[in-house]
Design a protein around this ligand. Structure first.
Ligand code: CUA
Length: 311
């Protein structure tokens, strides 16, 4: 059929190709339930059209009633038992799949497991690795290793939702509450997603990605991020992820005012006061930030002062 790629069209209705066993479980449940819903839709709509045609008025007088039918015990039993059976089969399938989706694999002796703290904030994702390394928006993770995510949001913030579709389902980042989810990526690559809970003006720009790399490359990256000369790297992530979403990549202004050239940008003490407390309409985007996090931003901005001109 030229011009009509039905399979390709239908594939777009399915969840994205999974790359983690929990995402695989979600996709299988989706496809399994779709079989029944599509079959029921075709059956009901098909019968509806068939009956409309078969029992149309034809030569009957305009106000004469059609045949009055009372009682059809077998039919009534069938349309009661049928849906019960369908729901039962769906429930069994989902309950079989659910542990593989929800349960975080137990850390066993000799087997690696990584835990990353994920904090959703207006309007960025902050990650903390076990050795204290902090990153913004772009997560790195080793391939083939179960990664447990501990997800929350600061008390002063709002609800966000962590979602990288290829790596599993959504999990809400809720102030004052800790949720957990996990993934174990099968192949290296970059997986993208975004905040899935309307959280304010810049919600749509609250993107997230997970770069899955070999274990050795990941270890090297993690070690490198602890060294002193990596501050600018964190600073760049903070500028792009935390500041630029409101003030523009060149500091030219956006929903926040123009900040290019502001002396605050390169003064660690002034910058700390600003990000810790906010100012007027600006929220405290960096409440809880350590000195290292503030210094990283100041260091980056000293080396790469925003030009103020949108490129
Ligand atoms: Cu955070 Cu939407």
């Amino acid at each position: 059929m030229p011009g009509l790629d039905l399979v390709g069209f239908l594939a777009q209705l399915a969840p994205v190709a999974p790359d983690s066993s929990n995402a695989e479980g979600i996709r299988q449940s989706y496809l399994f339930i779709s079989i029944f819903t599509v079959a029921i839709f075709v059956l009901v709509e098909g019968l509806l059209i068939a009956f409309i045609w078969k029992y149309r008025r034809q030569k009957r007088a305009r106000f004469a009633d059609g045949a009055q039918v009372h009682g059809a015990t077998k039919l009534e039993l069938a349309w009661t038992a049928g849906p019960v059976l369908v729901l039962f089969v769906i429930a069994v399938f989902v309950f079989v799949e659910l542990p593989g989706i929800k349960n975080i694999p137990e850390a066993t002796a000799g087997e690696e497991q990584l835990e990353i703290t994920v904090t959703g904030r207006q309007f960025y994702w902050q990650y903390e690795y076990p050795n204290g390394v902090v990153a913004v928006d772009q997560m790195r993770a080793p391939v083939g290793v179960p990664v447990k995510l501990v997800v929350s949001s600061p008390d002063s913030d709002v609800i966000h939702s962590w979602w990288i579709p290829a790596l599993g389902g959504k999990i809400d980042a809720i102030p004052g509450r800790t949720n957990q989810t996990w993934f174990e990526a099968d192949t290296e690559g970059t997986y993208t997603g975004q905040c899935a809970e309307l959280c304010g003006l810049e919600h749509a720009r609250m993107l997230a990605s997970v770069e899955v790399m070999s274990t050795s490359a990941f270890d090297a990256w993690l070690a490198d991020r602890t060294s002193d000369n990596s501050a600018a790297e964190l600073g760049k992530e903070e500028w792009e992820g935390v500041c630029a979403k409101c003030h523009g990549l060149a500091g030219q202004g956006g929903i926040g005012p123009r900040i290019a050239g502001s002396p605050t940008l390169t003064d660690p003490a002034a910058l700390a006061t600003l990000v810790h407390n906010g100012r007027r309409a600006m929220p405290a985007v960096g409440s809880g930030w350590t000195d290292e996090q503030v210094d990283a931003l100041a260091t980056y901005l000293k080396e790469n002062p925003p030009s103020g001109v949108e490129s």
